[in-house]
Design a protein around this ligand. Structure first.
Ligand code: ADP
Length: 578
């Protein structure tokens, strides 16, 4: 019920349209009485009293009423569809807006495929409740009451007889509605799981092909798809029994009604026209009842989908997104004070980390894979919050500043340089919305990217392709460096790419990085000898702990972990953690 009320509240945002649609439903419904009324008039007045002069006017009234009813019905269908589209748009945008405000942590446990299924499938299914559910249910109930009223007016005894099947149908549909709810839920979950697999496999299609695991991928997709079919079939199997049973009960009612009607007519208690008009009205009486069976399924499915949508909408927003301090400028003095952090309740990923970066300094983070280097950057962006200890920026505790302000001050160049499937211009303008073409070219020059952009067929209007597939790894890196240059942030977080680049490209990327690093505080996850040699300080992480720090020469002289790491790796590829 609360879910239903919540959905209905959305319709109140379009009061005129909802009211008009309801009004038309009422008028359409009232007009159903024309047919039984006219039938009765033909039999009991025109035939019984031999009045051929009334045939034409009576038939004319009947046709006119049916015409009006159908015209209103068409208008109502149009209005309802327009309302449904507006509502779907409203809830879809609300959901997307919410998704953007959820903490990164939430996305660790919710797969993209499932989220897409909520936006693409659950939102429209939710809205079916309003159009097919509420609107039609109201029309059905109204039609039922009007027809019962009409019947009672002519013969309450025959009305009672007509209604005998009703309680049986009511009990059966209520029982089925309750029973099918978990079935629909399982069916929806299975569809989401299928979407999740599809999304994952499409995103990893290159890996699937490269490892020739197509049969295994197909098998998992096949299994998930089969499960969707099975779950849906469970509901269909139930429906295939319940629905004919409802029809059987309802149609048996006609025989009972006609039998009693005939008996009343023989007794002289009812005119034959009334019995025939009951027969015509019966169609209008049981049409809503049979519709309610379908509607209850729409309701059940809609409620299940709505719950899934509202579950996301009710998830608390990322805290401190806009509220908090917004200092006028950031100098870039960063301190970690005994910071610990864990992704789960298990062993800490970062353990009592204490380090400091003066404005303009470059700190190189090195250590084996899984040592916690990326996590340090994740804490600085506040994608995750420390479990204990404190991070300070220019002496201000990080948890006191607005995340929006903080992220505005950051340049974040990740290993997998992400480009959106739009023009290069739009990709670069993510960093600075109003950047002119001159500014874009200047940034591209500094990032050693101007050459290949210029020789691309459409220059700045070249479409990057899905995840930037139009460009090579080295090119994507330089484009994302250009993006960071454009933003000109006081604090730079850099995850050097591990992918091997040819010497020429490597030199171009290193030059671009050099331009990017100058005059700002920089935390770099270092994979290259040249980077660590130039860093003001190298921090060696091991299982989330800072085990050594100093310059390259100091740490080499120390002959500890860093020296071993260098000896083991620099000889062949100049990368301390390869
Ligand atoms: P590095 O960058 O040094 O390779 P990370 O900071 O990425 O290391 O990871 C440190 C540890 O935290 C690893 O054991 C990794 O599996 C784990 N980890 C990283 N990200 C997550 C996450 N989102 N959820 C749970 N564990 C994670």
């Amino acid at each position: 019920m609360p879910t239903l009320i919540r959905i209905l509240r959305h319709t109140f945002r379009f009061p005129m349209q909802s009211a008009l649609s309801l009004l038309m439903a009422i008028v359409c419904t009232c007009l159903v009485l024309v047919l039984p009324g006219i039938t009765m008039r033909f039999i009991d007045v025109i035939i019984a009293q031999n009045r051929p002069d009334l045939i034409l006017p009576t038939a004319g009234v009947g046709v006119a009423a049916i015409l009006v009813r159908q015209a209103l019905f068409t208008l109502r269908t149009y209005l309802n569809n327009a309302l449904e589209l507006k509502l779907t748009h409203l809830i879809r945008v609300e959901l997307y807006d919410k998704l953007q405000r959820l903490p990164v942590k939430w996305f660790d446990t919710n797969s993209s495929g499932e989220i897409m299924s909520r936006v693409a499938n659950d939102v429209p299914t939710t809205n079916r409740i309003i159009i097919e559910g509420v609107d039609q249910a109201i029309a059905a109930i109204l039609q039922f009451l009007i027809v019962v009223g009409y019947m009672c007016y002519h013969s309450w005894q025959l009305t009672l007889v007509t209604l005998i099947p009703l309680p049986f149908i009511g009990i059966l549909t209520t029982w089925w509605s309750r029973r099918s709810e978990p079935m629909w839920r399982e069916s929806s979950d299975a569809s989401s799981a299928l979407n999740a697999i599809l999304h994952d496999n499409l995103a990893g299609i290159r890996q699937i092909k490269a490892y020739t695991v197509e049969p295994r991928a197909l098998e998992s997709f096949d299994k998930a798809s089969q499960k969707v079919g099975e779950k849906h079939m469970t509901v269909m199997r139930g429906q295939s029994i319940v629905w004919p049973t409802v029809s059987f009960i309802a149609e048996s009612g006609i025989i009972i009604m006609v039998a009693f009607g005939a008996w009343y007519a023989l007794q002289g208690d009812l005119k034959p026209g009334v019995v025939i008009s009951f027969l015509v009205a019966w169609g209008f009486l049981f049409d809503p009842i049979s519709r309610i069976n379908t509607l209850s399924q729409t309701f059940t499915r809609g409620i299940v989908s709505a719950e899934r949508v509202f579950k996301i909408i009710d998830t608390p927003d990322e805290t401190n997104l806009t509220e908090g301090l917004r200092p006028s400028e950031m100098k870039g003095h960063v301190q970690f004070k005994e910071v610990s952090f864990s992704y789960s309740d298990e062993a800490p990923t970062i353990n009592q980390l204490t380090l400091e970066a003066q404005p303009g300094e470059t700190i190189a983070l090195v250590g084996a894979t899984g040592a916690g280097k990326s996590t340090v950057l994740n804490l600085l962006t506040r994608f995750y919050e420390p479990t204990s200890g404190q991070i300070l920026i220019d002496g201000i505790p990080l948890d006191g500043v607005s995340k929006e302000w903080l992220r505005d001050q950051l340049g974040y160049v990740t290993q997998e340089s992400f480009l959106f499937n739009t023009t290069l211009r739009e990709n670069l303008q993510l960093a600075k919305q109003d950047a002119t073409d001159d500014e874009l070219w200047a940034a591209l020059e500094s990032a050693n990217a101007a050459g290949f952009v210029r020789s691309s067929p459409d220059g700045l209007d070249t479409i990057a392709g899905e995840r930037g597939s139009r460009f090579s790894g080295g090119e994507k890196q330089r484009l994302s460096i250009a993006r960071a240059l454009l933003k000109n942030p006081p604090l730079l977080l850099l995850d050097e790419a591990t992918s091997a680049l040819d010497n020429q490209t490597e030199r171009l990327v290193q030059e671009a990085l050099e331009n990017l690093r100058s005059d700002r505080t920089c935390f770099v996850i270092a994979h290259r000898l040249s980077t660590v040699q130039k860093a003001d300080r190298i921090c060696v992480l091991h299982h989330g702990q800072l085990i050594e720090q100093g310059t390259h020469n100091e740490l080499m002289a120390l002959g500890g972990s860093y020296a071993k790491l260098c000896e083991a790796t620099f000889a062949n590829n100049s990368r301390p953690d390869a």
